[in-house]
Design a binder for this molecule. Structure first.
Ligand code: SF4
Ligand code: SF4
Length: 373
């Protein structure tokens, strides 16, 4: 078992654990088993049949945020999160996953999203029917988290489009509004493939798919292709989409804008899409004010603590990582946090009740009046 990773796993056996100090889970709980090397050691033990693959080992594999900070720190670029995802897939196959994961997957089935809610209905209540043209060539794919937890981002995005006279983008109107990424994080690969196939058939007619969620962008663009669902569409993040609109953004800048802000980089934008700067750069260039950076930023950014399936099995610990991260915001005496990931947005807002937490498009929409293109 797990022999396909033998080369990488062997490297971890003799290494001085250079990645340990980058791992937010280990930094938070101090449990060596939850360090990247500790987790790889468990997988090695199973691989060499020194330990049985049981519920205990399966449960440990969920103690990872898939943040890729270890891969970034490792001089061999060992892909610890990918190996652990495979362990979780095996855990689901062998019915060894922890109960909260099974409950999450069952709940997902109810409405094809992790919130077990009618997201299509909620989306339709946000904007008038004219924004839902099924024949549009460019669509905006709102992530499940955005619709369920921060729907103002969708309204703000289309308000900004109106100001910039962008009239060719429509909202994705099909009933499923989740790319399936949460299922893969849990290890529910069969369920993911089932959902991805349905999405693929609905999405393949579009030429451009714009999404505000870096995890959706990566999943639709790269993960679907791995499962032979090759979308021919150009899948781009909202940041990349807005890049050509800097001039009209600058032209419509209001005078009274909030400038004391800090930008939280998401793991998915920086270490999966390899794009640490675009969103923050757009703000800087459009407003003339650069948001402050966290000490750990860009490719070295620290996860907010809410990645992958970790919050499902370790809610308290995940929230503690988020709150710890926010201490830096209070220390710097900043009140407004900006981010370009809906999962980070939702969780930072939940754990930072004294803060103003904004999606970067909402922030831009606040900053500009009506523009002429
Ligand atoms: S992931 Fe890299 S740095 Fe971490 S223990 Fe393995 S080989 Fe060492
Ligand atoms: S991906 Fe992140 S949370 Fe997971 S082991 Fe690596 S550093 Fe730790």
């Amino acid at each position: 078992m797990f022999e396909e990773f033998s080369k990488q796993l062997n490297l971890c056996k003799t290494c001085p654990s250079l990645c340990q100090s980058a791992c937010p889970v280990f930094i938070n709980d101090g449990n060596k088993t939850h360090s990247p090397q500790g987790l790889m050691q468990l997988v090695n033990n199973v691989r060499h049949k020194q330990l049985p693959f049981d519920e205990q080992i399966a449960s440990e594999a969920y103690h990872c945020l898939e943040c890729r900070a270890c891969t970034q720190a490792c001089e061999h670029h060992v892909d610890v999160p990918q190996i652990l995802r495979q362990v979780r897939t095996e855990a689901i196959r062998q019915e060894l996953a922890p109960q909260p994961i099974n409950t999450f997957i069952e709940r997902f089935h109810k409405h094809n999203n992790p919130f077990a809610r009618d997201l299509a209905g909620k989306l339709r209540s946000l904007l008038p029917a004219r924004y839902f043209n099924a024949n549009a060539s460019a669509i905006y794919f709102s992530s499940c988290t955005t619709i369920a937890k921060c729907p103002e981002v969708i309204r703000d995005t289309f308000a900004l489009f109106n100001k910039l006279k962008i009239d060719f983008v429509n909202l994705y109107a099909d009933p499923i509004h989740c790319c399936g990424y949460p299922l893969l994080c849990c290890g529910a690969e069969y369920e993911f493939v089932d959902l991805a196939e349905i999405n693929f058939h609905s999405l393949k007619k579009f030429k451009t798919i714009i999404t505000n969620c870096p995890a959706c962008a990566h999943t639709l663009k790269h993960t679907y292709a791995k499962y032979a669902f090759n979308l021919e569409a150009q899948v781009i993040t909202i940041s990349d989409f807005l890049k050509p609109y800097l001039k009209p953004l600058r032209a419509a800048l209001k005078k009274n804008i909030r400038t004391k802000t800090i930008f939280h980089d998401s793991c998915y934008a920086t270490r999966y899409l390899d794009d640490p700067d675009t969103s923050r750069d757009i703000i800087t260039q459009a407003t003339g004010h650069a948001p402050t950076r966290f000490y750990d930023h860009g490719a070295q950014c620290a996860c907010c603590g809410q990645g992958s399936a970790y919050p499902i099995v370790a809610r308290e610990q995940a929230d503690r990582i988020t709150r710890k991260k926010l201490e830096e915001v209070y220390e710097k005496n900043i009140q407004t946090v900006i981010t370009a990931c809906p999962i980070c947005l939702y969780k930072i807002r939940q754990q930072g009740k004294r803060l103003i937490v904004k999606d970067f498009v909402s922030y831009l929409n606040d900053c500009v009046g009506n523009a002429s293109t």
